[in-house]
Design a protein around this ligand. Structure first.
Ligand SMILES: *Cc1c(COP(=O)(O)O)cnc(C)c1O
Length: 419
C-alpha cells in the first residue's frame, strides 16, 4: 500500500461512511429540495389546493396538477389516473383493500407472491381474515415467479393479482408484459408494486397491461412521506373502495388536504428520473458489475437472484460461512443492509431468500449492496477492496469456515447458538 498521500480518504476524494443502501431510501436530489422549499412559506405557494375561491389555493392546485402530469409522463399514463398517497405502503393498501372491497360480488380470490414487500404481504394476510382467499406463489430459485405459475393459479373467482416489478432485496425484474397478458385475457386485475422500478426502468402503461401501480418518492430521490397509485381509467375504469373518508379529494378516493410541497417534489423527482434514467442506470450497472467482479473470485460467494433479469442498482451476495452481521460489524465504514432493511429489526432471516429456497446458512450470509445517483467510482473501489479483505480475514478466524475446509457439513451447525 502507498502512504497516506495516495489514500483517497486523505485526498478528500472519498468521504466515509459510504452509503450503499439506496434500496432502503435515497437522499433528496438538490433540485427537488429547491423546488419543495418554494411551497411552504408565506412568500411561497402555501395555499390549500382545495381552496378554489382565491389565488393562493388556485396557484397551489395548478402546481399539484402539473406534478400529476410529471408523474403520469414517467409512466406513460394519463394524469387523471394518478392518485396521491403517503407512499408505496399506502398505495399498496389502497390498491388491494380498494379493489377487493369494491369487487366482493365478483369474487374474493387474489394471488400474490411470497417474495413481495411486507406492505403487500401484510395486507393480504389481513384480507384473509376478512374472508378473502389468497394464493401465495413461490418463486424459482432465481427469485422470479414465472408467468405460467400465475396462469395456473387463476380461478373463476379471482379478482386481483398483485406482484412487484423489481424485488427490493434481490433486484430481480418480473415479466410484467407476460403476466399482464395472462390476467388481461381472463378479466383479472393486475396490481404492481413499482417502488423499486419507477424512475429506474422504463415503464409505459400505454403498452403494459397493468391496472394499478404503486410508487414512492423516497426511492427515487424525492422526500419520504409521499407516493402515488396509478389506477387505470382507459379503456376500462378500475373501481376502488377508498380507505380514507373526508374532504372528497382525489375524486373521493383519498381524502385529506394535499401536501403541495411533497407532491411538487415527487413530480420534480419523476421529471429528473425520466431525463437521467438511461445514462444513470448504465453507469450504476457498470459500478455494480465491478463489485461483483471483485468478489466472485473469492471462494463460496453466491449471487442471490437471477444473474441477468436484475435492476442495475441492487447486488445481493451471500458470503457463505459468514453471518452477514459479523461481516458488517467488521465494515463500519459501509452503510449496507442484511436481507432487507424493512425486516432487519427482527432476528429472522429474509423471507425473500427463504422463499427462493436458500438454506439458513446462505440466507444469514446475505448482504444487499444498493447503489444510486451519488455512488462514485472511488466508493466502489474502496468497497470492493474492503469487503474482500474483511471476508478473507474473518474466514481465517471462523470455526465454521474451518469445518467447511475439512469437508464437514456446516448445515449441522446450530445458527441460533452463534454469537
Ligand atoms: C420501500 C418500498 C415500499 C414502501 O414504500 P414507502 O413509501 O416507504 O411506504 C413498498 N414496496 C417496495 C418494493 C419498497 O421497496
Amino acid at each position: 500500500m502507498a502512504g497516506p498521500t495516495a489514500d483517497p480518504v486523505h485526498q478528500g476524494v472519498l468521504a466515509l461512511p459510504i452509503y450503499l443502501d439506496y434500496a432502503a431510501t435515497t437522499p433528496v436530489d438538490p433540485q427537488v429540495a429547491a423546488s419543495l422549499s418554494q411551497y411552504l412559506n408565506q412568500g411561497g405557494v402555501f395555499g390549500n389546493p382545495a381552496s378554489t375561491t382565491h389565488s393562493f389555493g388556485l396557484t397551489a392546485a395548478r402546481a399539484v396538477e402539473s406534478a400529476r402530469a410529471q408523474v403520469a409522463a414517467l409512466l406513460g399514463a394519463d394524469p387523471r389516473e394518478i392518485i396521491w398517497t403517503s407512499g408505496a405502503t399506502e398505495a399498496n393498501n389502497l390498491a388491494l383493500f380498494g379493489v377487493m372491497r369494491a369487487n366482493l360480488r365478483r369474487g374474493r380470490h387474489l394471488i400474490t407472491g411470497h417474495t413481495e414487500h411486507k406492505a403487500v404481504l401484510d395486507v393480504c394476510r389481513r384480507l384473509e381474515r376478512e374472508g378473502c382467499t389468497v394464493t401465495w406463489l413461490d418463486p424459482e430459485p432465481d427469485g422470479l415467479i414465472p408467468p405460467e405459475r400465475v396462469a395456473a393459479a387463476l380461478r373463476p373467482d379471482t379478482v386481483l393479482v398483485s406482484l412487484m416489478h423489481v424485488n427490493n432485496e434481490t433486484g430481480v425484474i418480473h415479466d410484467l408484459a407476460a403476466i399482464g397478458e395472462i390476467t388481461r385475457a381472463r378479466g383479472v386485475l393486475l396490481h404492481v408494486d413499482a417502488a423499486q422500478s419507477a424512475g429506474k426502468l422504463p415503464i409505459d402503461l400505454q403498452v403494459l397491461p397493468v391496472d394499478l401501480l404503486s410508487l414512492s418518492a423516497h426511492k427515487l430521490y424525492g422526500p419520504k412521506g409521499v407516493g402515488a397509485l396509478y389506477v387505470r381509467q382507459y379503456p376500462v375504469r378500475v373501481r376502488l373502495e377508498p380507505l380514507l373518508y373526508g374532504g372528497g379529494q382525489e375524486r373521493g378516493l383519498r381524502a385529506g388536504t394535499l401536501p403541495t410541497h411533497q407532491i411538487v417534489a415527487l413530480g420534480e423527482a419523476c421529471r429528473i428520473a425520466g431525463e437521467t434514467m438511461a445514462d444513470e442506470q448504465a453507469r450504476i450497472r457498470n459500478q455494480r458489475d465491478r463489485l461483483w467482479q471483485a468478489w466472485s473470485a473469492l471462494e463460496d460467494v453466491v449471487l442471490n437472484g437471477h444473474p441477468e433479469r436484475r435492476v442495475a442498482g441492487i447486488l445481493n451476495v451471500s458470503f457463505t460461512g459468514l453471518p452477514a452481521e459479523a461481516l458488517l460489524a467488521a465494515l463500519p465504514d459501509l452503510a449496507v443492509a442484511t436481507g432487507s432493511a424493512c425486516t432487519s429489526a427482527s432476528q429472522e432471516s429474509s423471507h425473500v431468500l427463504r422463499a427462493m429456497g436458500c438454506d439458513e446458512f446462505r440466507a444469514r450470509g446475505a448482504v444487499r449492496f444498493s447503489l444510486g445517483r451519488y455512488t462514485t467510482d472511488a466508493e466502489v473501489d474502496y468497497t470492493a477492496r474492503a469487503v474482500a479483505a474483511a471476508v478473507n480475514r474473518l474466514r481465517e478466524l471462523s470455526p465454521l469456515w474451518a469445518l467447511r475446509r475439512h469437508g464437514l457439513d456446516h448445515r449441522a451447525v446450530d445458527w441460533t447458538a452463534l454469537p
